[in-house]
Design a protein around this ligand. Structure first.
Ligand code: SF4
Ligand code: SF4
Length: 481
């Protein structure tokens, strides 16, 4: 940790020493003041190389988010998570509750992925790919800068008494934030029930869909509350991933970190002072603190509140350029490397963890690709013994349950694979409608002389045309000898 008593020898000025030894950040949150009230953060508008990259990533991300609900495969959405109907579509493939094991493996993979990824690369997901951060920092915050100005103007606006100017400003911001929240809620709904259903409801009007409209307003209110007021509190207080950082990160994890070896002892640049003789590279300008959306000082070390947004890296690089020092006083680096003044390299640990991550994703992809389109279960009808017909054949009655996971009706036939006999479906039709369950009853008739035991193992094939799509093993009851 950079706040080490032994380093205070560098500080001759008692005030600087006191500030350096101030450990209050350890038991307080930047967004809560001493009285326990919300300390509203007004981060300075970030700029710089990484912020430009984040903007590019976000534009791509948002384009994907708003385009996906319109994409279809075989007239079905590419992605849909209909929890109400228990129907889930990933990359055009329909998943049903029977596929729960894939879902469980997917969830485990996801958790493993998050853990391994975080252990190696820290919380970079939060700052660069989490929808909360993307919408907050790259949509709502940008609009806020545009409407209310930068940090100081925003603070002035907050502190000024309620007059017509402030009311107008606040009303415009609320209206814009509410409209965007409503748009996001509509797309959120489209991911649940499909864009076609959403558009159909829009056509039918509010009166015909009052229940859905109220839910939509509920979602809108949640988004509005989060982006207008709650903001970084989601990452600090609510998000379970954020809360897990303490146990996931270690000294080798690559995180946004301040190079205290190079930066300390920090000190302001005084006029005509040859600073390299007196200080480390940190000129204590607080530029890194001012841009931080969670209000922390990264120089205090890795903290729970840091979402790895990298705004402080840009801010500090800009300062380093101005004072003619090398960039990277704040950078993506591990605590261990900083302590030994080394730079991160691709090492065995990163390679090993990345391989495990790739394997996990490979297993999941294999399970999804090789998943059966049809699920079938054949059971002898409960409580039924065998019968014999006038030709001396032994008859068993069976139930078949089929689930068609595809987007088209599948006409199926049943064949006996390991024994000669006849199958008669009650109702004669075994067409399973698309994306649904189907149940039927059928008789299996086998010549008496082929049944030599009380229980004969039979293998049945379920065919679509000439293509076998499933093999089922069951038993056939007979009189035996
Ligand atoms: S400390 Fe830096 S990376 Fe972390 S949240 Fe603040 S600005 Fe973003
Ligand atoms: S921006 Fe860089 S130089 Fe300025 S206070 Fe932060 S770490 Fe120090």
């Amino acid at each position: 940790m950079n706040t080490d008593e032994t380093k205070t020898e560098f500080y001759e000025d008692p005030e600087e020493k006191k500030e350096y030894l101030d450990q209050s950040f350890r038991d307080s949150v930047a967004t809560i003041d001493k009285k326990g009230s919300r300390n509203y953060i007004f981060p300075k508008k970030p700029k710089g190389r990484l912020y430009r990259w984040r903007t590019i990533v976000s534009v791509f991300y948002l384009a994907v988010f708003f385009t996906l609900p319109f994409l279809k495969v075989n007239e079905e959405p590419l992605f849909m998570f209909n929890v109400l109907k228990r129907k889930f579509i990933f990359f055009g493939q329909v998943f049903w509750p029977q596929d729960f094991f894939i879902f469980a493996i997917g969830l485990l993979t996801f958790i493993m992925f998050i853990i391994l990824f975080t252990v190696v690369f820290g919380r970079v997901f939060c700052g660069w790919a989490c929808p909360q951060t993307i919408f907050m920092e790259m949509v709502f915050r940008k609009i806020e800068y545009w409407l209310d100005g930068d940090m100081n103007e925003q603070r002035r606006l907050k502190e000024m008494p309620w007059n017509s100017y402030k009311i107008r400003k606040r009303a415009i911001k609320m209206a814009v934030f509410f409209a965007i929240s409503f748009l996001i809620a509509n797309f959120f709904l489209a991911y649940i029930i499909g864009m076609d259903s959403v558009l159909a409801m829009v056509k039918e009007g509010i009166a015909a869909n009052s229940g859905t409209f109220i839910s939509l307003l509920g979602f809108t209110a949640v988004f509005f509350f989060v982006y207008y007021w709650f903001r970084e509190q989601v990452c600090i207080v609510v998000c379970p991933y954020g809360r897990l950082q303490g146990v996931l990160l270690d000294k080798k994890s690559i995180v946004v970190a301040y190079d205290y070896v190079r930066g300390e002892p920090r000190g302001k640049v005084k006029k005509n002072e040859p600073m390299e003789n007196l200080h480390g590279d940190c000129i204590d300008c607080f530029a890194c603190v001012r841009v931080c959306p969670t209000g922390i000082d990264i120089r205090n070390g890795t903290q729970l509140e840091c979402v790895n947004c990298t705004a402080c890296i840009d801010a500090c690089d800009d300062i380093m350029d101005k004072v003619h020092k090398p960039r990277g006083l704040i950078r993506f680096e591990s605590e261990e490397n900083i302590a030994h003044s080394k730079k991160s390299k691709f090492n065995w640990r990163i390679a090993g963890y990345s391989t495990v991550l790739t394997l996990l994703i490979g297993v999941l992809a294999f399970l999804i690709i090789t998943r059966d389109d049809v699920d079938a279960r054949i059971l002898r009808t409960a409580g039924q013994m065998f019968q014999t017909d006038q030709n001396g054949r032994v008859i068993n009655l069976y139930n078949i349950k089929l689930a068609n996971k595809t987007h088209k009706d599948i006409p199926m036939t049943l064949r006996l694979e390991n024994i000669k006999g006849e199958i008669t479906v009650v109702g004669n039709d075994l067409t399973v409608p698309k994306e649904s369950y189907f149940q039927a009853t059928f008789f299996v008739k086998i010549d008496r002389q082929l049944i030599t035991r009380r229980k004969t193992a039979v293998v049945m094939g379920i065919y679509q045309g000439d293509k076998k799509i499933k093999t089922i093993h069951t038993t056939f009851l007979g009189p035996g000898y």
